[in-house]
Design a protein around this ligand. Structure first.
Ligand code: FAD
Length: 222
């Protein structure tokens, strides 16, 4: 891999996901010629429609303000903010953790207009970056490798459903539903997602998801 400081010429980035696009926005705004290559046909195609959470409780500064300082506009994609999240203990006790500042945000990954992927893509294009989809480049020809993880040690198994339940987030720590990991419920604008995160080596993943759904059926009227 060559380094960005080695050259005044065009910057080649492998991967038009969050990292590649963020780098492209910052470099293009700094006046560099930027080319971003992605093997897929669009940013976010790897995740289409998934909810993901951005935690906001571990630093004093709001993460969206941090993005603004980097030159990235978080108003370009949809975020849903939560001051309260339910934390569900192994004995089924539910703690309603509340923060005076935003504790957690939910964003959507994918190719729809309101996703974070498309929000960053629009900003990269507006800054002058050149995006090349279905483009395969060699890592040694790139200055920045942002191709995401090659493999994952954990997987999220989930079910999406329609609901009249108000927006809600619950994290669930219970080895009977997600051994050594966690399960969660997210409801945004009438769309619900119940997920159990399991280590890849975990057997009987379907059983854990069914039991997680049954748990929420019983304890939350979603
Ligand atoms: C199921 C799941 C749930 C997650 N939930 C959360 C969450 O709730 N909160 C959170 O903070 N994080 C979450 N993550 C992690 C989060 O998705 C990653 O941290 C984030 O996507 C990393 O961004 P990235 O740009 O490095 O990779 P990606 O967003 O994966 O983008 C990589 C891009 O590189 C492209 N690419 C791959 N190989 C090549 C190649 N050879 N050449 C060119 N392009 C290539 C891909 O097509 C893709 O567009 C989750 C991950 C998974 C898998």
């Amino acid at each position: 891999m060559v380094t960005v400081s080695d050259t005044d010429g065009p910057i080649q980035i492998m991967g038009a996901g969050l990292s590649g696009l963020a780098a492209a926005i910052i470099l293009a705004k700094a006046g560099r010629e930027v080319h971003v290559h992605d093997i897929r046909n669009d940013s976010g195609a790897r995740f289409d429609g998934d909810f993901q959470g951005i935690e906001n409780w571990t630093s004093d500064e709001d993460f969206l303000d941090e993005m603004r300082e980097w030159g990235i506009d978080p108003d370009e994609f949809k975020t849903t903010s939560f001051h309260q999240v339910d934390v569900i203990h192994p004995d089924d006790v539910i703690t309603q953790a509340w923060s005076p500042t935003v504790a957690f945000r939910v964003i959507e990954r994918g190719t729809a207009n309101h996703t974070i992927d498309q929000g960053l893509k629009r900003q990269a294009v507006a800054a002058g970056a050149n995006l090349h989809y279905k483009s395969r480049v060699k890592p040694e020809d790139c200055h920045i490798i942002a191709a995401g993880p090659k493999d994952t040690s954990a997987l999220a198994y989930g079910e999406i459903f329609e609901t009249s339940h108000p927006d809600h987030v619950a994290f669930h720590f219970n080895d009977k539903l997600a051994p050594g990991a966690y399960a969660y419920l997210i409801v945004i604008d009438g769309i619900g997602l119940i997920c159990t995160c399991l280590w890849r080596k975990q057997q009987k993943s379907g059983r854990y998801l069914n039991e997680t759904i049954a748990w929420y059926d019983k304890h939350y009227p979603v």
